[in-house]
Design a protein around this ligand. Structure first.
Ligand code: SME
Length: 175
C-alpha cells in the first residue's frame, strides 16, 4: 500500500483534516498545555464517531502530552466497568460499581481526585508505582455514566482543579 508524503497514517480523511501530530509547547505549565491540547482533541474527535477510536486517541494524546504513568478508560458494560483503550502498564480488566476509585466515581457520577492512593479506602492497586490518581466519569447522550477516564501518576498529589477542569471538558467530547 502506498501513501502520499503528507500522510503519516492510512486514514480515509484528506491530509488537511488529519491531526496525526500533536503540537504542544510544554514551556508554560499544565494549564497552558491542556488549553493547547483541547482544540486539537476537539478537531480529532468531531471527525470520528467511533467511540473506541476516540477513547484510544484521547488516551494516547494525554499520555503523549503529559507522560502520566497510566491513562485510560473503563467502559460501563452491563453491571461493571470493563477495561477500554489505555496507555501504560497492563491493568485489571473488571471493576464493580462502588469498588475502588473508578467504581466510586461511576457510582457518584462525579470526578474523584486522590492525592495519595494509599489513603483512599478500597483503592485498587493495578500498579505499585501509582501514587495519586484522578477519575473522571464520561456520559452518554441520556446523561448516564458511560465509563470513566482514569489517570494514575507516579507522583504524590499530582492532580489539581486544573486537571479536573480540563479533563471534565475533554470528556464532554465523548458524548
Ligand atoms: N486504581 C483504580 C483501578 C484502575 S488502575 O489504576 C488502572 C481504582 O482504584 O479504581
Amino acid at each position: 500500500m502506498s501513501s502520499s508524503p503528507t500522510e503519516a497514517c492510512s486514514c480515509r480523511r484528506t491530509p488537511s483534516q488529519m491531526a496525526e501530530v500533536l503540537r504542544i509547547d510544554g514551556q508554560h505549565g499544565r494549564a497552558s498545555m491542556y488549553a493547547q491540547l483541547f482544540p486539537q482533541l476537539q478537531a480529532m474527535l468531531t471527525n470520528e464517531n467511533d467511540l473506541i477510536a476516540n477513547l484510544a486517541n484521547v488516551s494516547a494524546s494525554l499520555k503523549e502530552a503529559f507522560n502520566f504513568h497510566w491513562v485510560g478508560f473503563y467502559r460501563v458494560v452491563d453491571a461493571e466497568l470493563v477495561l477500554g483503550p489505555f496507555q501504560g502498564p497492563v491493568a485489571c480488566t473488571r471493576i464493580a460499581r462502588g469498588r475502588g476509585v473508578c467504581g466510586s466515581a461511576w457510582q457518584r457520577g462525579a470526578t474523584i481526585v486522590v492525592p495519595d492512593v494509599d489513603l483512599f479506602p478500597g483503592h485498587i492497586a493495578c500498579s505499585s508505582l501509582s501514587r495519586s490518581e484522578i477519575v473522571v466519569p464520561y456520559f452518554n447522550r441520556q446523561d448516564d455514566v458511560a465509563g470513566v477516564l482514569d489517570i494514575d501518576s507516579d507522583r504524590l498529589d499530582d492532580f489539581s482543579s486544573i486537571d479536573q477542569f480540563w479533563l471534565e471538558k475533554i470528556t464532554t467530547l465523548l458524548r
